[in-house]
Ligand binder design. Structure first.
Ligand code: 5AD
Ligand code: SF4
Length: 487
């Protein structure tokens, strides 16, 4: 158990240990000398700002890196003028990459004002050789570049960079095992993500994730359950089990385990109140899992089930390995067993070759399933994926029109569903005081919908944060509710 390790007791003059995570604790101790020198020079510890793009997996990776930086002696800040600015990048759609280049322009200027500033880029975009090469050639002021497989090496790379005073690039094409027991830190004390697996084997034809996150690797169930137990002891009420395709969890372990059985084990952890998971691929969602969701009391009434397209023809070209009918049949089976479940989804508009008829099929599924909400994306061509070379790329204005139509239908249904629950009393986990209006407390229902509540003065607000409380839903505002605390 390494969480409570005392870095000051590590002999930094000895040779670096070979084994992990000991090696990283050693380099954290080494880097601590740098932050102390910084303090002696400037009368304050250096600040670090972590900016995260993309999915929940990236958010989780960023939490881990924040913990490492905090152990080293960095003080976390939201200011992008920090002494260390780290961008955890995404590359699922092209505009995520463009955003990074935009930010680098700004950081170049800031670094001129603060030459001690360190700029770190990591995550999915860095796994792309072309992008990496561009950073190396055109952005020499970036100090450290690493990918998705060696996030845990942040302390070691930072130390190397401090020593070398030169750009360090360390990106691995493949993962080399899973490192357990690095420091933990959470954005919220009462909820957090827990990685259960990494990577993806599905190769949906539009998607770059399998190329940048590598093949599926599952963590041992004992390690996951132990982590959840530790988190609960430390005040966590809600965990989100994370993986690109959680339904194929455990298949590649020496002793294969199903996701359903993992869910049952996590459900049995005393003191835990809520379990969420993300993301489920429809092709792998088993009846065993539906049964487990039905039986496990702590599993939230929410399932995110990416549809991508409602047209069987397009689904085949996407390599999704289910048809429109399969998807609708699955939804029926889920709702049979879990009638109160909220379903959300991801949909891509404008996949190569998508015709008006194909798009109508998508609208048809949306109308039939009645998703509580949906993330909608305009297809983005990703270099190296099979879809990038497909015929029939759809003109931008056609895609835009379809996108707006789809959004209209989704919003309308979403509002109807939200409206229909007004008047109900539900359990809410309060997460924060509303950023725009401090008289409001913001929390989430089991189905992940957001509710804002007025209640007393702000000192009593703090009391509710991190607690599950009964709330009456007074009013629906489309995607969220206004409510009042009843207990
Ligand atoms: N273009 C648009 N959307 C994409 N997604 C993945 N790849 C692409 C792409 N090339 C969407 C999918 C996935 C979500 C995380 O991002 O809908 O479920
Ligand atoms: Fe991408 Fe498909 Fe894997 Fe999801 S399941 S990460 S969309 S390849």
């Amino acid at each position: 158990m390494h969480y409570d390790i005392d870095l000051d007791k590590i002999d930094v003059l000895s040779v670096a240990p070979e084994s992990e995570p000991e090696r990283q604790y050693y380099f954290m101790a080494k880097c601590r000398q740098y932050t102390r020198r910084f303090f002696e020079k400037k009368g304050r510890f250096p600040t670090a700002c972590i900016q995260t793009l993309g999915c929940q997996m990236n958010a989780k990776d960023s939490e881990k890196m924040a913990a490492v930086l905090s152990c080293i002696g960095y003080e976390e800040t939201d200011s992008k003028e920090a002494d260390l600015v780290l961008y955890n990048t995404c590359t699922v759609r092209e505009n995520a990459n463009l955003k990074i280049y935009g930010r680098l322009g700004y950081l170049k200027k800031k670094k001129k004002e603060n030459p001690d500033m360190k700029i770190v880029l990591c995550g999915c975009m860095m796994q792309e050789a072309d992008e990496r090469e561009k950073i190396r050639k055109e952005y020499p002021f970036v100090d450290i570049v690493f990918g998705t497989h060696n996030i845990y090496k942040l302390a070691e790379l930072l130390y190397e960079q401090i020593q070398a005073e030169a750009q360090i690039i360390d990106v691995w094409e493949e993962a080399r095992g899973i490192v357990e027991d690095l420091p933990g830190r959470r954005k919220y004390p009462f909820k957090t993500g827990v990685n259960i697996m990494f990577g993806c084997n599905n190769f949906c034809s539009y998607c770059i994730v399998p190329y940048v996150r590598g093949r599926e690797r599952s963590r041992e169930p004992d390690d996951i359950v132990d982590e959840v137990k530790r988190l609960v002891e430390d005040g966590v009420l809600e965990v989100m089990l994370l993986g690109q395709n959680v339904n194929s969890y455990g298949k590649n372990l020496n002793h294969p385990v199903s996701f359903a059985s993992l869910l049952r084990r996590v459900d049995a952890v005393k003191g835990l109140k809520r379990i969420r998971f993300m993301t489920s691929h429809p092709k792998d969602l088993s009846d065993e899992l539906i049964d487990a969701m039905h039986e496990c009391q702590k599993v939230c009434a929410h399932l995110h089930l990416p549809l991508q397209s409602g047209s069987s023809r397009i689904l085949e070209k996407m390599n999704r390995r289910y048809s429109k009918e399969d998807y609708l049949g699955l939804v029926d089976r889920i709702r049979d067993r879990l009638p109160d479940i909220s379903l959300t989804t991801d949909i891509i508009v404008g996949f190569p070759g998508e015709t008006e008829e194909d798009f109508e099929e998508t609208l048809d599924v949306v109308r039939r399933v009645r998703f509580d909400s949906a993330y909608t994306f305009i297809y983005s061509k990703r270099f190296g994926t099979p879809a990038a070379d497909m015929e029939g790329q759809v003109p931008e204005e056609v895609v835009k029109r379809r996108f707006d139509r789809l959004l209209g239908v989704i919003k309308e249904i979403s509002k109807e569903i939200t409206d229909s629950r007004v008047g109900q009393t539900v359990d809410v986990l309060f997460e924060e005081i509303n950023e725009q209006d401090a008289s409001l407390l913001t929390g989430r229902l089991s189905n992940n919908a957001v509710v804002h509540c007025k209640g007393g003065n702000s000192s009593c607000h703090a009391f509710y944060i991190g607690k599950i409380v009964s709330v009456k839903l007074l009013e629906s505002r489309g995607f969220y509710y206004m409510g009042e605390i009843v207990s």
